[in-house]
Design a binder for this molecule. Sequence first.
Ligand code: ZN
Length: 411
Amino acid sequence: MQINHTQLEQVNHQIERLVKADNFYGRKKKEAGIIGVKTVEDFQNLPFSQKQDLRDAYPLGLMAVPESEIVRIHSSSGTTGTPVIIPYTRKDVDDWSEMFKRCYEFAGVTTEDRIQITPAYGLWTAGIGFQLGAEKLGAMVVPMGPGNTEKQLIMMQDLKTTVLTATSSYALLLTEEVEKRGLKDKIFLKKGVLGSERWSPKMRDRIRSGLGIELYDIYGLTEIYGPGIGINCSYDTGMHIWDDYIYLEIIDPETGKNVPDGEYGEIVITTLVKEGAPLIRYRTHDISRIIPGECPCGSKHPRIDAINGRSDDMMIIKGVNVFPKQIEEILATFPELSSEYQIRISHLDGRDTMRIYVETNGRVNFLDMADMVSAAVKSRIGFTPLVKVVEVGVLPRTEKKTKRVIDERYD
Ligand code: ZN
């Protein structure tokens, strides 16, 4: 999916804006002698932007307009290190809400729907983004925010909510609570619009059947507006990306070169019309691929596959390169296990070790189960992990993104 002429012009305007603002990236462009791009090759030779740059620019170094034009900031949830601050102009907020409205429309949400918003409001872009798009569309918003599952379920019944927006972890928690309390016939949900946290097909099926809803997978990140820059349509053939606002490319994370459409690599995003904090070729570390061809829905917006992992997720255990996705795929071959798991890596007696916690119900012999999972990992990946089997419901369910891989080697 090569960058087209219109998009190249837009990139030139973004570069101009940066240089004129003389902000963090403007100075970098000036030092590198970059004033614009004429060809696809020029574009592919532009330097990448990195999360670390954004940290270096803290707090407002990314601002590319006079401060009087900034109406809001958001911040990415940096659990470690300096957070990242993204300033937005009025137009940026409007553009974001337009994109989000389009997401709801692709999911078939209408003004007749009632949307329960469970992602958090505040510095990060989740709750407020879901709300902006819903209001732009004209649906009724039930702005719950996260947590308080008791109240979520009451509102869901009394207000006859038809659309649930949530992280997939929280959607799973709600699914389990709805089942536990026998509420499935008392709720009116039709659709779920879930954040782009990586999820397994097993977890997706669990939510879909448990709540009896269609699922839509929304993509986005705080650095680039927030959630809402793409979503799958009802044909469910990947997420359509709003290429009138952003240009998305896939690169080989090792070489930095673009890979052919259809091949997996790291998502790199360029904003095309952003004012507050334009980003050129921002490395997301999310792994996906462009889906070649046209979607049966007829939309010309290009598609990417569901997020497959992160390029910085790789672990090295006993000299073997391992991605959490590989472990997840092995676990998925055991129907006795729930969708939840936790991987803990630690360094003991001079060696890296991996412990895998999995859940099953009481009908299964826990020790046999542990041996089977351990043997499967050994035969497929080449090292033997320590597997612990626990009762369903023991592993944490959270309203935010669930942390499934805990690396204790660097604590
Ligand atoms: Zn489509």
